[in-house]
Design a protein around this ligand. Structure first.
Ligand SMILES: C[S@@+](CC[C@H](N)C(=O)[O-])C[C@H]1O[C@@H](n2cnc3c(N)ncnc32)[C@H](O)[C@@H]1O
Length: 882
């Protein structure tokens, strides 16, 4: 894109505004529907269309243009709509029964193929309220859509990125086969609006009324975040350790029955805890009170630093926490809690004895199995990385990087209260990499030896020191990795780099490889993931790769996928989902809300702002911490969010044009203009019209657009482009005055002497001055002589001066052409009254004679010049010789 879209003032009147004006659309928003239809082609085949919130009628005009000529089009809005051919309109509130009845009366028993909704409530009230009523309006329009749509029909609606977005998408998914969110290019970047195209209406016989009830769909989720949802607090706990420098508030209140601020735990609890990081994040102090603990206190490995660290955990930095984790591992080994090495040895021995007979075959099999597993893992990781990249790019393209990020929310929900940075997740990933499988042993003392053997297949037998170092390094690497994952700048930078490669807008696709089980897991999003996770919550041995993909899902999805019916027993069928309890999503979003409301994310916002100041759309509802700012922005862009611009009938203001292609072109043109002025009659005509106020700049700009202006030149043959550049030009008016002015200018140009003539003239002048000088000197000399009378002196001086003032010694004397008339005819000798040189000619020959004389003079001049040149050459040769 050339220049960034301006948000305010004349910047609002962008190219779509101008195009809408040119093409006679009532609102620039018409192009949104044109672009949506270009992508999804739902209008061409539609016979009946209902446009909800249709004023002033831009979408209706588009529908009327693109739908077959005899189709039924009904438009409804609070305000009356100026008549449009073939369109029936009503001025009524779409949320009322009256609206339903009016449409019903109009359609009789017809059903609509397409229901459109571009509604926006009057903005300007409280920020949260605005967003909510928009979502409510969407739900109301959906209600009408399900009432009037055909099976297989299409519902297109505008939604804003708000806390309700996911809930709406979930509901759409229950009712439509395909649901895609997209942002057409004509929708301003500053606008938080996106369009959801729901195709393939399922027309279920029974629809759970809760689906269309705002009370259920948009239930205040934060309120439902009870103490049982420990996700947020656990996040806080993790964050305390990974980013101890940041102060976090306890937003979710205190745990049930625990109302104290200060928490101390016995060191044994920390040592034996399977989740040491969360212990460190939760408590203030680690105590050594029992006999056993006092012994540990006295150990060499319990250095002064460790003791001091245990004393007050709230003042520790990341390094101190790492030291404590290292110390814990060392102590666990000391206590024999980490006996993995020995176990491994045992297992190895056993295997050797049992499998001795067929060792080679077994090794071969094992190798093959490991190779296959490795290749599959690499493939899976590559695919996952690509998907994450794509999603990040999409999110950036849609400016959906606000804290209430859809993808993140889904991820959060899908974890079902798990921590984003939970050590369990970390362990799993480490184990997958085969690096820190030992963690399993130390953290889960109860796990059986068989399990360990299975998990630790890649581990070799190490000495305890090495092993401990490896574990510590693993933990640290994991901590660093997780910190990096949370680094917003890193994410944004990465997304930005990738974004540059993908400038073209392709909308958001929902492509799922139906054959790939993995991709099913990864593509599954939002409520589905939540449902699955919840259903599987009892099953602690859930698929590792699923969990892994969960954490990577955090990058986010915009497009929601309808759940597949073959997704296992936990997935309800489409029919079953229609009676799904809507309370479930609440806890999901609640977790997300609380999670993103942490200070941690307020910081993240700032960081993102620093890096991507323009791209982050504050209007996309930042978390409550930044509520005021976000609200201010929201209010500021309220009009933009609607992204709705009515095209005025007459616009005489001068408008800054958005230069699509070349920003330098204007500058170059200006420079050329300065240098050469206006060079064509067309330009002079236009300039005259502007000066005489016969036209305006706006008019000129508007005239510059036509329906072919934005046609792509891609793929056209060069000869055609050349030809078009030559001939495919507007026929501009040209006035007589303009041509006269240009001609005068040209004449003035022509009248200017060429350089050689000017030089010759200057030479002549110079020589004349020289002659005059010489004559003056001579005259002085004459004057000074004493042997001349005064009269003689005067005569001599006059002669000298005449010579000096004459055109020079070689000046041609004028030859007069004399026509002998009357008595002089045929006479020889000088006719009377003729002085100087003359030539006698017949009257009829006079003109001719003059030409001849001029020619003779020219010839003589040339002759003299040649002679002069020869003289100079001769003199030069002479000089050289001497
Ligand atoms: C962005 S405009 C629609 C523009 C339209 N799509 C076009 O292209 O001309 C939003 C419209 O929603 C209408 N609207 C808002 N709330 C409404 C309601 N409850 N019932 C009917 N119309 C409503 C407003 O009157 C406004 O005209």
């Amino acid at each position: 894109m050339g220049k960034a879209q301006k948000k305010t003032g004349k910047g609002r009147l962008d190219k779509y505004y101008k195009l809408a004006k040119e093409q006679g659309y009532r609102a620039r928003s018409a192009f949104k529907l044109i672009q949506l239809n270009k992508k999804y082609a739902f209008l061409e085949s539609a016979r009946c269309c209902i446009d909800l919130c249709a004023a002033p009628g831009g979408w209706l005009q588009v529908a009327s243009k693109y739908m077959p000529s005899n189709s039924v089009i009904v438009g409804v809005d609070l305000v009356p709509i100026k008549p449009i051919p073939r369109v029936v309109t009503f001025a009524v509130d779409i949320t009322t029964v009256q609206c339903r009845n009016l449409i019903r009366n109009e359609l009789k028993d017809w059903r609509a193929d397409v229901v459109l909704h571009d509604g926006a409530p009057n903005v300007g009230t409280a920020w949260v309220q605005d967003a909510y009523s928009q979502s409510e309006l969407v739900l109301m329009s959906l209600k009408l859509a399900v009432d009037f749509l055909h099976k297989g029909g299409t519902f297109v609606t505008k939604v804003f990125r708000s806390a309700d977005y996911n809930n709406l998408i979930w509901v759409f998914n229950q009712l439509f086969g395909k649901v895609e969110a997209t942002k057409p290019p004509s929708s301003r970047n500053v606008s938080a609006e996106i369009f959801v195209v729901c195709r393939d209406f399922l027309a279920p016989k029974h629809i759970d009324p809760k689906f269309l009830d705002p009370k259920h769909v948009f239930k205040d989720l934060a309120a439902s975040a009870s103490g049982t949802d420990k996700g947020a607090s656990a996040h806080n706990v993790q964050a305390n350790v990974f980013q101890p420098e940041k102060k976090r508030r306890k937003r979710d209140g205190y745990d049930d029955g625990d109302y104290t601020l200060f928490k101390a735990i016995p060191v044994a609890e920390f040592i034996r805890s399977p989740d040491p990081i969360s212990v460190l994040g939760r408590v203030n102090k680690i105590t050594f009170l029992t006999e056993e603990e006092k012994e540990w206190y006295a150990l060499d490995i319990t250095t002064g630093d460790i003791k001091a660290n245990c004393d007050d955990l709230k003042v520790l930095g990341k390094g101190d926490f790492k030291a404590l984790l290292k110390w814990r591992l060392a102590l666990r080994e000391e206590l024999g809690l980490d006996n993995k090495t020995r176990d491994t040895e045992d297992v190895t021995e056993t295997v050797e004895i049992v499998e001795e007979g067929d060792e080679e075959q077994q090794l071969q099999d094992e190798l093959e199995r490991l190779n296959a597993a490795g290749a599959a893992r690499v493939k899976r990781e590559r695919r996952r990385a690509n998907e994450i990249k794509t999603r990040t790019i999409q999110r950036m393209q849609l400016q959906m990087t606000a804290p209430l990020d859809i993808g993140l929310e889904q991820h959060d929900a899908s974890l079902g209260g798990q921590d984003f940075f939970s050590l369990g997740d970390a362990e799993m990933r480490l184990r997958k990499r085969g690096g820190v499988s030992a963690l399993d042993d130390q953290d889960d003392a109860d796990s059986s030896e068989e399990e360990r053997a299975a998990v630790d297949e890649n581990d070799s037998v190490l000495d305890p020191d090495e092993e401990r170092q490896r574990k510590v390094a693993g933990l640290e690497a994991e901590m660093d990795g997780l910190l990096r994952e949370r680094d917003a700048k890193f994410k944004v930078k990465e997304a930005r780099q990738k974004n540059a490669e993908r400038e073209e807008w392709h909308g958001i696709h929902e492509t799922v490889d139906a054959d790939s089980e993995d991709s099913d897991n990864e593509e599954e999003g939002g409520w589905d993931r939540m449902q699955t996770t919840k259903a599987q919550s009892g099953d602690t041995s859930s698929d590792e790769s699923e969990s892994e993909s969960d954490s990577e899902e955090a990058v986010g999805r915009i497009t929601q996928k309808r759940p597949r019916s073959d997704n296992g027993p936990t997935k309800p069928s489409k029919r079953a989902r229609l009676i799904t309890d809507l309370r479930e999503p609440k806890s999901q979003s609640a977790a997300a809300k609380i999670w993103f409301s942490q200070d941690l994310f307020a910081g993240l916002d700032d960081a993102v702002d620093d890096v991507e100041d323009e791209n982050i759309d504050a209007g996309s509802f930042a978390g409550d911490e930044d509520g005021s700012d976000a609200k201010a922005d929201w209010e500021d862009t309220a009009g933009d969010d609607d992204d709705f611009e009515v095209v005025e009938a007459d616009e005489d203001d001068d408008v800054d044009m958005w230069d699509v292609d070349n920003e330098n072109e204007d500058q170059m043109k200006q420079e050329k203009l300065k240098k050469h002025g206006l060079t064509t009659a067309e330009a002079v005509t236009l300039a005259q019209q502007l000066v005489n106020r016969q036209t305006t700049k706006t008019q000129l700009i508007n005239d510059g657009f036509n329906r072919y202006s934005l046609n792509s030149k891609e793929g056209l043959p060069q000869w055609l482009l050349d030809d078009e550049a030559k001939h495919y030009k507007p026929n501009l008016p040209v006035t007589k005055e303009a041509i006269a002015a240009l001609r005068a200018k040209q004449r003035a140009l022509d009248a200017r002497p060429i350089k050689k003539v000017a030089e010759a003239k200057a030479r002549k002048k110079f020589k004349a001055a020289q002659r005059l000088d010489k004559a003056l000197k001579k005259a002085e000399g004459v004057n000074a002589t004493t042997d001349m009378s005064e009269r003689e002196k005067a005569q001599q001086i006059e002669k000298v001066m005449r010579k000096g003032l004459s055109a020079g010694p070689k000046a041609r004397k004028e030859v007069k052409v004399v026509v002998a008339k009357g008595s002089h005819k045929g006479l020889k000798g000088r006719p009377k009254g003729v002085k100087g040189r003359y030539t006698m000619v017949d009257a009829r020959m006079k003109k001719e004679a003059s030409f001849i004389l001029v020619g003779v003079n020219a010839f003589a001049q040339a002759h003299f010049q040649v002679r002069a040149q020869k003289r100079v050459e001769k003199a030069n040769k002479k000089r050289k010789r001497t």
